[in-house]
Design a protein around this ligand. Sequence first.
Ligand code: UDX
Length: 462
Amino acid sequence: MKIAVAGTGYVGLITGVCLAEMGYDVVCSDIREEKVLLLQSGCAPIFEPGLDSMLKRNLDAGRLLFTTDPELAYKNAELIFIAVGTPENPDGTANLDHVYEAAYTIGLCIDKDSIICTKSTVPVGTNERIKEIIRSVKPAHLEIQTVSTPEFLREGNAMYDFFYGDRIIIGTESEEAAKIVEQVFLPLKIPLIKTDTRSAEMIKYASNAFLATKISFINEIAAICDKVGANIEEVAFGIGKDRRIGPQFLQAGIGYGGSCFPKDTKALVQIAGNVEHQFELLEAVIKINIRQQLLAVQKAKELFGSLEGLRVAVLGLSFKPDTDDIREAASITILKALLAEGASVIAYDPVAISNARRVFGDEIEFTADIQTAISGAELSLIATEWDHIKYLPLEKYVQLMANPVIIDGRNCYSLKDVSKYPITYISIGRSALHPEQAQQHTRPGPNMKGRYDETITSILSD
Ligand code: UDX
């Protein structure tokens, strides 16, 4: 069976490479020539553990092709996945231009009956529009069916999730199409859920909205723990043991980022609004996350007073470990706030520096060496829980910082371990350590409260 994939972004590339690994003949198409050339040479344009070797293996085996030629991609294909981006419009809705363009091109190029599966995250009803577009331009004698097959790949674990995911959703009104798609994924032995198209489209948004809700919920509990002297990790462990709640996605921190949660939560609020339903719960989740992304800066201001001229090492730039993706990362919000406060910033990340440099240019220093970052810093602010950061021995902070202060936005260290060192340590939803030392850091600035509020206001209006 020949399978085509439209779009070689995160979802399209992983889908194409993994389907080839399953033994299918796969052609991935993209309109960006330089990206296709890179992929043809066996290099992945994104950092994803395991991707490079699987890409090369399948190129060498001749099962995987990359092309800018849509005819080469879609002619003779029985199954075509649409996996192009659905970026956010200024009003929070999903921009479907690329999806509809891909559908149009597919309709023009196909030369046999085919099934079009949409992996892009699209609002309810989009698959019907995709079907209309393809039908309006395809040769009259051909039959097409559409299927909603939302993706649930986590960046950094995408290959694992493809082969060992929790479920595969197959949303279509065509039993025949559902059976064919089922056969394609059957070897993975992942539970397959067949449903109607609209429910499948909603499952994707509802999944991400629920996970984002869990994160904002635990961050709210962490904020209260901070005030009442409870420990968020003990609380998360205690509630997570209840199987109705579950232990996952209860890691308190400086909020969620990435290409999915921020975009999909806003889009779902819009989808609800379009049918005159105000999704108040999700609106609160989004608001809490914005506050959470600035929490580390707020804590720094409470500790130091003014951040003007303060040497700050921001540790971690990617929105989570094992990816170079900085889209909607808390680190970006933090860096903007620190710069607005006049701090002198050096940022460390093992893989995301080139992406961050595109945003900040020379405004901040970058280093791929964590020890260089913290040397001489007055504050180390942990934004991403990379292993390189989690396993940096605490002595290093003591050796390399004159008066070590860590604000840990990801609760990387245990309080017991930190308490053995002369380190001022502020984390999320857990007691501050050595707060008496913290007093020495206070450098009151003029009208601090007012200035902090201004920073928040300007960042939120960005
Ligand atoms: C997410 C979904 O998990 C995946 O199913 C979907 O298809 C795409 O979006 P991803 O964006 O790669 O995947 O990352 P994920 O691991 O879900 O984390 C998202 C964000 O939430 C990260 O910024 C992470 O740091 C944060 N997070 C996650 C928390 O703050 N606490 C947690 O307990 C879990």
